[in-house]
Write a protein that binds this ligand. Structure first.
Ligand SMILES: [Mg+2]
Length: 365
C-alpha cells in the first residue's frame, strides 16, 4: 500500500460557552485543520491538526494548512503508511518543529492503518490495557463565584475531576479554589493550571495558601523554560507539579526529569507531533518513574478519540485525562464519542473510530 494523496482543509468551530479565558489570553473559536490521507488501496484516513491559540503555540491555522498541503504532505506521497518511523523521520527532515501540523498527519495515518487492518487504533501501538479512562474537565478562568457555579454544573453531569485555569492575583486565585472546593465537595479531584503565570516565589505563596482546599496537581506554575523555578515550587508545596508547556518533545522531557522539575508530564498529541511521538515521551516517564496523563487541545471528537486510544494504551496511567473538551464545542463535524458518567472509552470501530462528516468539512471524494 502506498500513500497517493495528502490534503488538508481548515474548519472553524466555536465554543458553546463564551468568555473562555486562561492566564495567557482569551479564545472562543478554534481553527481545526482536518487532514485526509488516501492510498492506492482505496483506503483513507482522517486526522486533525490543532494549531491552538497563537499565544500558546506561536503559530496559525493558515501556516498549518500551507505546511501540510505544500511541504509535509508531498514529502510522504509514495510512502508505505505502515512505515511510521520512516515517515516521521521524513517529516522531521523537511520541517523543523511544526509538531502540531505533523500531529494531524500522524492521526490520519493511525486512522488509515486501523481501517486497513479492521481494528481500533490502539491495537497498532500495543493495545488497550484498560477500557475506561476517567476524564478531567477543564474550566476557563472566571470570577470566583461564577467559576464555582460552572464547576458545580459540570460535576452534576458526573465528572469527578476538574482542572481550573488560574493566574490573576493571589487573592483571586485563592478565592477561586476556595469557592470551587465549597461548591463541588471534598471528593472531586482538583488540578490548577497557571499556564506559566507566576514566578517561583509567587507560585509557592499562592499554592501554600490553597493547601486547605486540597489541590492535587499544580500545572505549569512558571515559565516553560524556568525548570529551576519549577523544581523550587515542587520542593516547597504538597501538591504534585505537572509540566505542560515545558515538554513538547522527548529531549525536553529528559531535561525536566533531570532537573527534578515535575512529578507528572502532560502528554499532548498536538504539541508532541502525534501519538507515535507522544508514546516516546511516555516511555521516558516510565523509565524515570514519573507520572503522566493525556492532556488536550480543545476541538473535536476526532482529537479526543485519539486521546482515549493513547490513554487506554499507557501502562502506568492512574490519573484522569483531558479527553472531554469536545463537549464545549458547538457543531463538531465528528460523531461517535461520548463521555458517560465522567468516563471515556476507546471507540471500538476501526481506526480512530469516529465518524467524520467529510462533505461538511470539504474532504469528500
Ligand atoms: Mg496546560
Amino acid at each position: 500500500m502506498k500513500i497517493t494523496k495528502v490534503r488538508a482543509v481548515a474548519h472553524e468551530v466555536k465554543n458553546n460557552i463564551t468568555g473562555w479565558k486562561i492566564s495567557l489570553g482569551t479564545k472562543d473559536n478554534h481553527e481545526l485543520i482536518f487532514v485526509r490521507i488516501d492510498t492506492d488501496a482505496k483506503i483513507f484516513g482522517v486526522g486533525v491538526a490543532s494549531p491552538g491559540a497563537i499565544y500558546i503555540s506561536g503559530d496559525t491555522g493558515a501556516h498549518h494548512l500551507e505546511l501540510i498541503n505544500r511541504v509535509l504532505g508531498p514529502a510522504i506521497v509514495g510512502s508505505d503508511p505502515f512505515e511510521l518511523e520512516a515517515i516521521m523521520r521524513k517529516l522531521d527532515a523537511v520541517a523543523k518543529t511544526a509538531e502540531r501540523a505533523k500531529a494531524g498527519i500522524d492521526l490520519a495515518l493511525h486512522d488509515l492503518l486501523g481501517k486497513a487492518l479492521g481494528m481500533p487504533a490502539n491495537r497498532l501501538f500495543g493495545g488497550a490495557v484498560r477500557q475506561e479512562v476517567r476524564v478531567n474537565r477543564l474550566m476557563g478562568m472566571y470570577p470566583p463565584r461564577e467559576m464555582a457555579e460552572k464547576c458545580a454544573a459540570v460535576v452534576e453531569k458526573g465528572y469527578t475531576a476538574l482542572k481550573l485555569k488560574v493566574g490573576t492575583t493571589l487573592q483571586e486565585d485563592v478565592e477561586r479554589v476556595r469557592r470551587v472546593r465549597e461548591a463541588v465537595g471534598p471528593e472531586v479531584m482538583l488540578t490548577i493550571d497557571f499556564n506559566q503565570a507566576c514566578s517561583a516565589k509567587e507560585a509557592i505563596q499562592r499554592i501554600q495558601r490553597m493547601e486547605p482546599y486540597d489541590v492535587a496537581i499544580v500545572e505549569q506554575p512558571v515559565k516553560a523554560a524556568d525548570l529551576k523555578g519549577m523544581a523550587l515550587v515542587r520542593r516547597a508545596v504538597q501538591a504534585r507539579v505537572m509540566a505542560d508547556e515545558s515538554v513538547n518533545s522527548p529531549a525536553e522531557a529528559m531535561r525536566v526529569i533531570e532537573s527534578g522539575a515535575a512529578d507528572i508530564i502532560s502528554l499532548k498529541i498536538p504539541k508532541m507531533g502525534g501519538i507515535f511521538k507522544a508514546r516516546k515521551v511516555a516511555a521516558l516517564c516510565e523509565a524515570a518513574g514519573i507520572d503522566y496523563l493525556v492532556g488536550t487541545a480543545p476541538g473535536t471528537r476526532l482529537l479526543d478519540a485519539a486521546g482515549v486510544h493513547l490513554a487506554a494504551s499507557l501502562r502506568n496511567l492512574t490519573l484522569p485525562c483531558e479527553i472531554g473538551e469536545f463537549e464545549r464545542i458547538a457543531g463538531d463535524p465528528c460523531s461517535g464519542l461520548e463521555i458517560v458518567g465522567g468516563i471515556s472509552r476507546p471507540p471500538p470501530g476501526p481506526g480512530l473510530g469516529v465518524e467524520v462528516d467529510l462533505g461538511r468539512i470539504g474532504l469528500a471524494g
